[in-house]
Design a protein around this ligand. Structure first.
Ligand code: 5GP
Length: 183
């Protein structure tokens, strides 16, 4: 893959591994929801590339919608989350699948599950491309691409200060690049 960008430590998941796994997840989801119409909820900004590939590999009827969320104080463990952009339609009686890029602590997904459950969907499941090992044990995922170590990752939709989103792989950011931004 040639020289890596300066702030990239190492590649964790290659484009080929991503492509294979996304196809497997799409097949599994298509089987599980056979005969139903799926309401896919992508979480912006990070899930937009995963969402685009996943939905195009589905073989069942589905609609796509998006939400944007923001955590209060990334460095705190408060878990307080704010909705920046909400869904376009009510999801009552819909089969909803949340599509997240990454589950780190799991606070964001836990909040989202609670909010969407309150809107009375017919069913509510969760899908994430990657999950860090430190994630809360009580936040369950129905579909997971990959387990990753507790490092800052970028690429395939994931950013660092809005950089690296369009890398075709998922990579670990150099700890010093991340640390210098936290000062
Ligand atoms: P949580 O800790 O609530 O599971 O994750 C909060 C949010 O932090 C994620 O949705 C994601 O936007 C961001 N995040 C956490 N870890 C990483 C990471 O390693 N890389 C990137 N790009 N974003 C992350």
């Amino acid at each position: 893959m040639g020289d890596l960008p300066g702030d990239i430590q190492r590649i964790l998941i290659t484009p080929e591994e991503i492509e294979k796994r996304v196809k497997e997840l799409a097949d599994q989801i298509s089987n599980d929801y056979r005969g139903k119409r799926l309401y896919m909820v992508g979480i912006l900004k990070g899930a937009f590339i995963f969402m685009a590939d996943l939905t195009r590999a589905l073989s069942i009827p589905h609609v796509v919608d998006f939400m944007a969320l923001s955590s209060y104080g990334k460095t705190t463990q408060s878990g307080a989350v704010r909705i920046l952009m909400d869904l376009r339609e009510p999801i009552e009686n819909q089969h909803v699948l949340i599509v997240e890029d990454i589950v780190d602590t799991g606070h964001t997904l836990a909040y989202l599950q609670q909010v969407l459950k309150g809107r009375s969907p017919a069913s509510l499941r969760t899908c994430a491309l990657v999950r860090k090992t430190r994630a809360r044990a009580d936040v369950t995922l129905d579909y997971l691409g990959f387990e990753i170590p507790d490092v800052w990752v970028v690429g395939y939709g994931l950013d660092f200060a809005d950089r690296f989103r369009t890398l075709s792989y998922v990579a670990e950011l150099k700890p010093e690049a991340y640390a210098s931004s936290q000062k």
